[in-house]
Design a protein around this ligand. Structure first.
Ligand code: AMP
Ligand code: MG
Length: 709
């Protein structure tokens, strides 16, 4: 399990004084990223401040149910053999503790790292290995220069430093790169972080199912990307480094990260490893994508239809739409209680097992199955009881039973629970029939969901039940796609606002309230652009307005090729227009195009055709654009309650409903009959081929609820 919700990258410093108030280089920089999106880098003037920020960030991420990888740019360990010389143990984490016990580091950064390094050197024969100091005459046990240090009993560099082609060594205390000094004042901080709940250190400890994993990184791996970013005039190198590294790491797929984190060489167990040491190119590529990960724009030809087809079959049209579109919304955070109907932008990972502890499934009595006598048991009850939220603290002795209520944690000494109704209680004892199975009426920890498992996939439209699952497994927030914004406008000189005064030849705008309501019921953000007269300039202005405010535009009317069909005319002018002649009844040509990058669905004006086209074409397309994937409405076969014959060459949708187990069709197929839309509770889909349907023949019925209406 190598998926992390959040990545924190830390650029550390060994400075003995606070960094300037104004963000500057060679200070401590932190950067947090989620799902490839980096946040503003954080500048810290002192290690104390940084440690507090890091601790807080980790706590916040945990509280929000997010798994976090925190990566630090100093060595987590020394070359093989060095730790043993200092602490007597090969375990790098023992060296962390050793240092934590000795390093003093004030709130403003004064520290004793050279004293401690001198003490470390004293454990080795000959000069070094730690070298470099600010003052030639102080710390006689620390050589000023590297020359003369043998590096005979152990290597100067670790295996991962060699693989990563890092120039720095953990022995260098002074003159950049001061990896050694940073390590001496960094490991005590990590030793403290490590003691917190749920934290583990990669690669020394099992980390696969840990909520917080600490790892070593080296910004040098992405140096070319950093250089390129600096060339753009970015001011502070450290801030660029943490930003690009955080972005790169958080853009790794779970599989890629898994490859980086596992299969390490033997040396890593003692020396640690630089995350991605042998994957510099991959990290550079991921760091490089300059812009924050806004979804890529749709291609101009996203609505292209197969050439040479006179009337496009519905399935071909759907396949073309599906191939041309992709999500156009970014991710954001959403509190679980507010997340119903929202679309997961990444998989939801259980923060805690369900149930978290073994517990009782019933009200009854618990005991150790082993301790049951032969024959019908009679067990004395211990004082006290175990209830949900109020565990029994003690241990239940063999041969005893305890009162236990549903949901209560199984107390120590208990593995089986008997249902209250199956017992008799008197004088502090219970009696029941022999034959209960070991483990009866108990729920095992994690039997429903294990910690760290994927509970819901990306693109899931969250249901009320999903909120229960997310909450039960400890998640307070989830990454969801921002709501897709869909603008709706009606075109036609004849249209009047519903409820207004309509003159001769005028009709009320029926499509807009219908379309807006549909979008809302799909959990999308519906934006009402209003009624637009059949006037090209007015329509152009309306489309501009819609494209500025929305991700997608739905228009109705004016989508054919007539004189007053300005939607298609304007889209054609804009260049990215396709007139789709779909072999479909009801429905006339659908105008599809891009206006300022926003996909436009030019629906027919006729309300019946507008509704059918919305359900059959716009809905799956909107769902894809919104991040929920292509959603096909599910239908099923029912006997027809009507007779009908149709010609080959186009698919037909009838307004329909189910009564007495049969699909009824609306009496008139007239496409002006809006009352039929209201009468209907679904659609009957008749195939492209010719068909003769007699009462009782199976027909495909798709209830409106399948379209999430
Ligand atoms: P059009 O696609 O613009 O040629 O319109 C086709 C038919 O649908 C015409 O009879 C229009 O009057 C009617 N119509 C267009 N828009 C609407 C609307 N918003 N509400 C009701 N009817 C409409
Ligand atoms: Mg019109």
């Amino acid at each position: 399990m190598s998926r992390f919700d959040s990545i924190l990258v830390v650029d550390w410093s060994a400075s003995g004084t606070p960094a300037p108030a104004r963000p500057s280089k060679d200070a401590i920089w932190l950067c947090l990223a989620r799902a490839g999106q980096v946040q503003e880098p954080i500048y810290c003037r002192t290690r104390a401040e940084a440690e507090a920020r890091i601790t807080q960030i980790i706590a916040d991420e945990r509280a929000a149910g997010r798994r976090i990888l925190a990566a630090f740019d100093f060595p987590f360990a020394c070359p093989k053999g060095v730790a043993r010389q200092i602490t007597g143990s090969d375990d790098a984490l023992d060296l962390w503790q050793w240092l934590e016990a000795r390093i003093t580091d004030s709130a403003t950064g004064q520290n004793n790292r050279f004293d401690v390094a001198e003490a470390m050197n004293a454990q080795f024969s000959g000069p070094g290995p730690f070298w470099g100091k600010p003052d030639v005459d102080r710390w006689p046990g620390i050589p000023y220069r590297k020359e003369g240090i043998g590096f005979e009993d152990f290597a100067e560099m670790r295996a991962c430093d060699r693989v990563a082609k890092a120039a720095s060594s953990c022995f260098q205390l002074c003159f950049p790169p001061t990896a050694g000094s940073q390590m001496l004042v960094g490991l005590p901080m990590l030793a403290r972080l490590r003691r917190q709940d749920g934290v583990s250190v990669w690669p020394f400890e099992p980390w696969e199912d840990k909520a917080v994993v600490l790892a070593e990184i080296w910004p040098g791996l992405i140096e070319p990307a950093v250089k390129r970013a600096m060339a753009d005039g970015s001011p502070i190198r450290d801030s660029i480094q943490v930003t690009l590294l955080a972005r790169a790491l958080s853009r790794l797929s779970a599989e890629q990260l898994g490859q980086l984190m596992s299969g390490l060489p033997e040396a890593a167990w003692q020396e640690g490893w630089i995350l991605g040491a042998d994957h510099a190119e991959l990290l550079q590529a991921l760091a490089d994508e300059g812009a924050p990960p806004a979804p890529p724009p749709l291609r101009d030809d996203c609505f292209a239809m197969p050439a040479g087809v006179h009337w496009t079959p519905v399935d071909d049209a759907l396949a073309a739409l599906r191939a041309g579109l992709h999500p156009v919304v970014r991710a954001e955070q959403c509190a679980v209680p507010d997340a119903a109907g929202r679309i997961l932008a990444g998989p939801a990972i259980a923060r805690r097992a369900n149930p978290p502890t073994p517990n009782s499934a019933v009200d009854g009595y618990g005991f150790a199955h082993d301790s049951l006598p032969a024959g019908d048991p009679v067990l004395p009850l211990v004082d006290g009881r175990a209830a949900a939220g109020v565990p029994f603290e003690g241990s239940v002795p063999k041969g005893h039973a305890i009162r236990i209520l549903t949901g209560a944690a199984i107390p120590d000494g208990v593995d089986t629970v008997i249902l209250e109704e199956d017992t008799r209680e008197a004088a502090g004892q219970i009696a029941f029939r022999a034959g209960i199975k070991r483990g009866a009426n108990t729920r095992k920890a994690g039997e429903d969901v294990t910690e760290g498992s994927e509970i819901l996939p990306r693109a899931r439209v969250l249901t009320p039940a999903d909120l229960a699952l997310l909450a039960a497994t400890g998640l307070g927030e989830v990454d969801v796609f921002q709501r897709l914004r869909v603008a709706v406008l009606s075109t036609g000189d004849e249209l009047v606002e519903a409820g207004g005064a309509a003159g001769l030849g005028q009709i009320f705008d029926a499509n807009r309230p219908m379309l807006l309501a549909q979008l809302r019921s799909w959990g999308l953000e519906a934006i009402d652009i209003g009624r637009i007269p059949d006037d090209r300039a007015a329509l152009r202005a309306a489309l501009d307005n819609a494209a500025a405010r929305a991700d997608v535009i739905l228009t109705s009317g004016g989508a054919s090729a007539g004189d007053e069909d300005h939607v298609s005319a304007l889209l054609r002018e804009a260049g990215a227009m396709q007139q789709w002649r779909i072999a479909l009844k009801p429905g006339r040509p659908l105008a599809l195009g891009l206006w300022d990058g926003a996909p436009v669905f030019g629906l027919p004006g006729n309300p019946v055709a507008a509704l059918v086209c919305t359900l059959i074409f716009a809905r799956p397309a909107l769902s894809l654009l919104a991040g929920a994937g292509w959603q096909e409405a599910q239908g099923y076969d029912l006997p027809a309650a009507f007779n009908k014959s149709k010609k080959a060459g186009r698919r037909e949708y009838l307004r329909a409903r189910v009564r007495n187990g049969k699909a009824e069709a609306f009496a008139s197929e007239g496409s002006g009959r809006i009352s039929g839309l209201s009468w209907a509770e679904g659609l009957v889909e008749l195939p492209d081929e010719a068909a003769t349907i007699n009462i009782g023949d199976p027909v495909r019925y798709i209830p409106f609820c399948s379209f999430a209406l």
